[in-house]
Design a protein around this ligand. Sequence first.
Ligand SMILES: O=C(O)CCC(=O)C(=O)O
Ligand SMILES: [Fe+2]
Length: 286
Amino acid sequence: MNTELTQTQIESYRNNGFIVIDNFLSDEELGEWRGAVDQAVAARGGRKLPWQEEAKENTSYYDSVFIQRLNLWKDCQRFRKLMLDPRIGKMACDLEGIDGIRIWHDQALIKEPWANPTSWHLDVPYWSFTSAHATSLWVALDDATFENGCLFFLPGTHKKRSFKNVGIGQNMREIFNVHPEFATIKSVAAPMKAGSCSFHNGLTAHAAHANMTPGWRRAMTCGFMPDECVFNGTQNILKKEQVAKLKVGDPLEDDRQNPLIYHRTKEHKSKLREFAESSEVIEAIF
Ligand SMILES: O=C(O)CCC(=O)C(=O)O
Ligand SMILES: [Fe+2]
C-alpha cells in the first residue's frame, strides 16, 4: 500500500480540498480489497446498515445512483482487517493536520450498469458531528472512467466551510441554489485506475457521472471523523436508540461505533486488535 504522502501532495490537498493517489494498492492488495468488499456486500443482502431490515424495493432514483452498503467493517471481519488500518488513519491525519481519526462510516458505492449520476454534494452536513477536518477516502475497485462514473470535484469549495446539507437529489444544479458562488468554479475530473484512490475534505463539493456502460463501477469508501468530535443532533447512520441516549455536545468516542484507527499519541492498538480477532458483529455500547 502506497501510504507515503509528500509535502506537495499535502499542500495540494489543503489548497484544493482533494488529492488523487495513483497506485494506492498493489495488484495483490487490490485483489484482496475486491474479494473482501464483494464478500461483505453479498453477505449484507439488501440491508444498507448491519442492523437494518432488508429494503423492500429498489425503484427510487437514489437506489439507481449506486448500491450503497455502509459500515461493512462492523459485520465483515475480512473487510475490517483492511479498513481499520492505522496507515490509512495516518494519511487522513497528515492530510488534515490533526492528531487522531475515527471511522464515521465506511461505504461500498457500486454503480451498477447504467446507474444514475451522483449529484453535487458535501459529506459532513449529512453526519452527526460538525468539523472542518473530516475527510473521505474513495478507493477505485474498477477503473473509474468518464464513461462509467468517475468522481468530479469543485476545487477550493471546502474553504467556504459550509455545513448546509444540499442532499443528493435528481438535479445536478441543486447545490448552486444553496451556494451560487460555486457555480463558476471549473470542475476537476478524477478518473482513476483500479487500485488508485482519492481523499476529499468533507466540505469539498463532489459528484460523479452516470454509468453509461454495461459494466460495473465499484468503489470502497470511508468517511473519517477527527478524534474528539461531539454529537450535533443529526441521526444519520445512528440507531434511534443510540440518538435517544445522546445529548448535543456529547463526545462521539465509543470505539465500537467509531473506532479510533490512528492517533499520534493515544494508545489505540489494543482495541483494533480486539476487533480484528473477533468474528462477531461489532455493536456500539452506548
Ligand atoms: O461514488 C460516488 O458516486 C460518490 C462518492 C461520494 O459521494 C463520496 O465518496 O463521498
Ligand atoms: Fe460524498
